[in-house]
Ligand binder design. Structure first.
Ligand code: GLA
Length: 384
């Protein structure tokens, strides 16, 4: 939905013009999965799909929230009554951001918010982070908070971890806040240091497809938390702050020190995945053939499927079918247990490959996946 439409929606709803309109994108992650809560490396880029918010400042301690995408009316909340984990509706994301800002001492005194998003929800493309970041950016501007993108990302993660109650890492919010068009973001999640890596696939005759399986397995939240707890246990057993501290060269020695087979698998995934991120960065920065990234993506999928065990039959079907029809590489992206996979392919193979994936889903009795091309797009910004 365009800025003007969201602006008009606000005016219709609240009877005045908004103070401004902001946008924040969803993301896909090229490589570096389940590494962010291990202080490791990730490499997401922003999608052209965004959450757009028209927002006005209030000074009376009231927060009004409305989504054009849901038939839920306007929610009116009192800032003094915002309580972590009390809200199970969509409003927990924007309200959580207001809560996190105020809890950190920022003088946010209320707002009217009207939102509309083109980021598919439940597709593993960070629709929640887009909502959090767009609200945080709007309030940052309207209340002159002077916070930078990475600081907004940290506050949004706190909103999600504490207010919403989901134990996610920092990747999605940082991607939404800090990505730049034409680049992937190489992010060290320990200190949030960043490097923008140019990524122009079209110039090399390549495409990156997102295949949204449109399935979400119900237990995904709990399984995510279990993986995170397992990684933390692994780090404790190995005497390090986070698994990021195990160097790839020391992996075998570290695995020898672990008896528990499940913990060994988790540790192996995280340490090899960090190494894969560094490999992809080196390949892209060397200016060589980007096609060489393909096998690294595929190796990442195997590790997520076999070691980390967060894939599912639908994601495996996308990856296997794409590879059987000429893809250069493919893997699940995001948390897993449904959601989306990415496929790196020659531009000339895209049509046949897409057809093959859709046919494989139909043959398996599944709803056809949604397939679209992902082009590295802009991060969060003010639209007007
Ligand atoms: C979800 C979380 C992220 C990250 C990924 C897996 O998207 O929100 O923080 O952990 O899963 O890489």
């Amino acid at each position: 939905m365009g800025a003007q439409q969201v602006r008009d929606g606000f005016t219709e709803l609240y009877g005045t013009r908004p103070d401004g309109v902001w946008a924040a994108p969803g993301r896909v992650n090229l490589i570096g999965e389940h590494t962010d809560y291990n202080d490791g490396f990730v490499m997401p880029f922003a999608l052209p799909h965004t959450a757009v918010a028209a927002v006005s400042r209030r000074t009376d301690g009231v927060l009004r929230l409305h989504s054009a995408d849901l038939d839920a009316g306007v929610a009116e909340l009192s800032l003094d009554e915002l309580t972590p984990e009390s809200d199970k509706a969509w409003t927990a994301y924007p309200a959580g951001v207001v809560w996190a800002l105020r809890e950190a001492g920022h003088p946010v005194t209320g707002a009217d918010v009207h939102l509309a998003s083109t980021v598919a929800s439940g597709a593993g493309l960070s629709s929640s982070a887009a909502i959090e970041v767009v609200v945080a950016l709007a309030l940052n501007d309207l209340f002159d908070l002077g916070l930078q993108g990475w600081q907004l990302a940290r506050l949004c993660q706190r909103a999600e971890n504490v207010y919403v109650g989901a134990p996610t890492g920092i990747m999605d919010q940082t991607a939404s806040a800090c990505c730049e068009a034409g680049h992937a973001l190489f992010l060290d999640t320990r200190d949030l240091s960043q490097k923008q890596i140019p990524l122009d696939l079209a110039a090399e005759g390549l495409r990156l497809l997102v295949v949204d399986t449109q399935v979400t397995h119900a237990h995904s939240g709990g399984e995510y938390g279990k993986r995170r707890a397992g990684c933390e246990k692994g780090a404790a057993l190995l005497g390090v702050d986070a698994l990021r501290d195990i160097a790839y060269a020391d992996l075998d020695a570290a695995l020898d020190r672990l008896d528990d087979e499940e913990i060994r698998r988790l540790v192996r995934h995280v340490v090899t995945e960090d190494q894969r991120v560094e490999q992809v960065v080196a390949l892209l920065e060397s200016g060589g053939d980007t096609r060489a990234v393909g096998p690294v993506l595929t190796a990442g999928h195997a590790s997520l499927r076999d070691d980390f065990k967060v894939s599912c039959p639908e994601l495996d079907l996308v990856v296997d079918t794409a590879l059987a029809h000429g893809a250069l590489g493919a893997r699940m992206t995001g948390g897993g247990f449904g959601g989306s996979a990415i496929v790196l392919a020659e531009a000339t193979d895209v049509e046949a490959l897409t057809k093959a994936v859709v046919e494989a889903f139909t043959a398996a009795g599944l709803k056809a996946p949604r397939v679209f091309e992902a082009v590295p797009s802009a991060g969060a910004r003010r639209l007007g």
